[in-house]
Design a protein around this ligand. Structure first.
Ligand code: NAP
Length: 278
């Protein structure tokens, strides 16, 4: 029941109607018997700052932020976590005492998803892409102690800009992707390639070790052609939904002041929604 005491949280983005975050958070809210609701909140470049400021003025607990507002979310915050300062991007804004506090739980989500698939950070990692998701991913991987990152992107200058401040990242073009797989602990797709409606991701995995974890941040479709190819050759895989759920856990705790209940199978609920999309 929605009451006068119902707590509000949500996810802000453009587009945002496809987001699975409301499915995840509302299932946790219900299982925890909280008087709360989590909504998808569409914004535009013009409306984003005023929407956030309005919500922060006592209307909401906080919001997650998705494409394309993660950098702007970091910029407009009053207080930034160390992860936000370094990544220059925030996927979580918590509202307390009229202040906007920015955090980034994407890196923790990525490492949790990789960990579930048996990733160990003792060998180089290939990251495909140099957008916001890749930027967060490389920082989390460096913090986890990977010896080096081979960052592959269509626009080489974007990859070089990410690599420049770090000694352990090399920027490469797609023509070098196949040989970059030699001896890696993981291959991570942080581009939108392979997503429904986007061009396919064409990468021959033949040079990747059989132990390399192959991860795709894309979760529509849940089993991307990259993950299908990896499974066919016996590699362990991690899908985009496992990362999405893992980044949502600390977000829920920050917004509602308690960890999400463990007993609810949010993955099954999301799979149901993804299945009904087809
Ligand atoms: P973004 O900032 O727009 O970056 C997009 C990346 O994809 C860039 O590296 C871009 O290369 C590359 N790309 C796009 N079209 C391409 C093409 N035709 N050929 C080659 N490369 C292409 O987006 P983002 O925020 O980083 O997100 C990237 C993906 O990660 C999205 O699919 C997003 O949904 C997913 N994601 C998932 C999670 C999760 O929890 N599962 C979290 C965050 C993001 P250029 O630099 O050359 O343009």
């Amino acid at each position: 029941m929605i009451t006068a005491r119902t707590l509000l949280a949500g996810v802000v983005g453009d587009p945002v109607r496809h987001s699975l975050s409301p499915v995840i958070h509302n299932a946790w809210i219900q299982a925890a018997r909280l008087d709360g609701v989590y909504l998808a909140l569409p914004a535009t470049a013009e409306s984003f700052p005023s929407l956030v400021r309005g919500l922060a003025a006592g209307a909401a607990q906080g919001v997650n932020v998705t494409i394309p507002f993660k950098q702007e979310a970091a910029a407009l915050a009053d207080v930034r976590s160390a992860a936000v300062e370094r990544a220059g991007a925030a996927n979580l804004l918590v509202f307390r005492d009229g202040q906007v506090r920015a955090d980034n739980t994407d890196g923790a989500g990525l490492l949790a998803a990789l960990g579930q698939a048996g990733f160990n950070p003792f060998s180089p990692v290939v990251v495909l892409g140099a957008g916001g998701a890749a930027r967060g991913a490389v920082l989390a991987l460096l913090d986890a102690g990977v010896p080096s990152i081979r960052l592959i992107n269509r626009s080489l200058e974007r990859a070089r800009a990410i690599a420049a401040p770090h000694g352990r990242i090399s920027a490469l073009g797609w023509d070098e992707a196949r040989q970059a797989l030699d001896g890696v602990a993981a291959v991570i797709n942080a581009t939108s390639l392979g997503m429904t409606g986007q061009p396919a991701l064409e990468l021959d995995l033949d040079r990747a070790p059989a132990t390399a974890v192959v991860m795709d941040m894309v979760y529509r479709p849940l089993e991307t052609p990259l993950l299908r190819a990896a499974k066919a050759r016996g590699n362990p895989v991690a899908d985009g939904l496992s990362m999405l759920i893992a980044q949502a856990r600390p977000s829920f705790e920050a917004m509602f002041g308690r960890p999400p209940p463990a007993e609810v199978d949010v993955r099954a609920l999301c799979e149901q929604v993804l299945g009904s999309d087809r």
